[in-house]
Design a binder for this molecule. Structure first.
Ligand code: SF4
Length: 333
């Protein structure tokens, strides 16, 4: 890997997001930090409600009306996106940072052909003519494995299977060769065979283009298959992060261990440490119920008095492995 490869493409630093109503304020994201390099896959892991998708929306500055970014920064190739006005952000979205979602049918427009929808960002961001954009749309359909692309380019989304629609979404997202592709649970709505095909396609396209992929998932199987590095989120915070090998073989945070223990089918090496939580009882607290302290404490079998007092800082437990948990005494201030 060259020095250029090591330069982060995307840097999320201390990102906080609040939801405000007239009577109350909730911190949805608290000091979320991570970075991504070209060609790597970073998996953002956790159950629904842990802040993964909200992190993606905050990066894209597509936060809901109640939301307000309270602190922190998002840098794309060194440029602070907070300094971008809405017009500049529209240039970023779909061009420099693209997103694919769980259910392509809701993301695709049912009244336009798939060819028109692939052509749109090419015309908007790259100024291609209608004919050039159509030609490129056919190339993109071919590159994502759609058979007979010259014919399928004129199909409407409802004429395609779920797997084909997700391939079309990937074609739209990659049309402008983005620096970063955010894939939010991209295979959850698909059957297992098609899931594997979509992951293969993402890997192949990433290798070809050098795209940094932020894969949002609750599925540790997908993590073991796709990730270079892993960021585990709980309660709107990063609770553990590290290389995929460290996270899967030596998970430190009780929540990460619980996530891994919930997946008995996950392949492990004989030397791997086996997590001791067979399951994770309870549910993720809502953003209005978190309070002070570690947000996992009501579900944690190892919670102590201090866990209710303050959130533990991220502490280094390996070369590039950090955990936020009071079980690690070196975390004590
Ligand atoms: Fe459990 Fe406390 Fe660690 Fe939170 S800080 S995960 S409650 S031990």
């Amino acid at each position: 890997m060259t020095a250029a490869d090591q330069t982060p493409v995307l840097e999320v630093d201390g990102l906080s997001l609040e939801f405000r109503t007239r009577s109350r304020v909730a911190e949805v994201l608290s000091a979320v930090s991570f970075d991504m390099r070209a060609g790597e896959t970073l998996c953002l892991v956790g159950e629904s409600g842990c802040g993964k998708s909200m992190t993606a929306l905050a990066i894209m500055r597509l936060i809901p009306p109640l939301g307000r970014i309270g602190a922190g920064s998002v840098r794309l190739r060194g440029a602070d996106l907070a300094a971008h006005d809405e017009a500049a952000m529209r240039e970023v979205r779909g061009n420099k940072i693209s997103m694919i979602f769980q259910e392509p049918m809701t993301a695709l427009n049912p009244v336009y052909t798939v060819g028109d929808q692939i052509a749109e960002p090419l015309r908007l961001h790259q100024g291609l003519s209608k004919a050039q954009a159509r030609e490129r749309a056919i190339e993109m359909l071919k590159s994502v494995g759609i058979p007979l692309p010259e014919r399928r380019v004129d199909d409407y989304p409802h004429q395609m299977s779920g797997g084909m629609r997700q391939r079309v979404m990937i074609a739209i997202a990659l049309a402008c060769d983005p620096d970063v592709l955010i894939a939010d649970e991209p295979t959850t709505a698909l059957d297992v065979t098609v899931q594997a095909q979509i992951f293969d396609l993402l890997r192949e396209q990433q290798a070809r283009r050098g795209t940094a992929v932020l894969l949002i998932t609750h599925d540790m199987g997908a993590v073991s298959e796709m990730a270079d590095r892993v960021v585990v989120m709980y309660g709107g915070r990063v609770v553990e992060q590290g290389g995929v090998r460290e996270i899967l073989a030596e998970p430190r945070h009780p929540y990460t261990r619980g996530l891994i223990a919930c997946l008995p089918e996950l392949d492990r090496q004989p030397t791997d440490i086996r997590p001791d939580l067979p399951e994770i009882p309870g549910v993720v607290p809502s953003v209005w119920e978190r309070g002070a302290g570690c947000p996992f404490r009501d579900r944690c079998s190892q919670a102590m008095a201090r866990c209710a007092e303050a959130f533990p800082p991220l502490t280094q437990v390996g070369a590039a492995h950090e955990v936020a948990c009071w079980l690690y005494p070196e975390a004590a201030p």
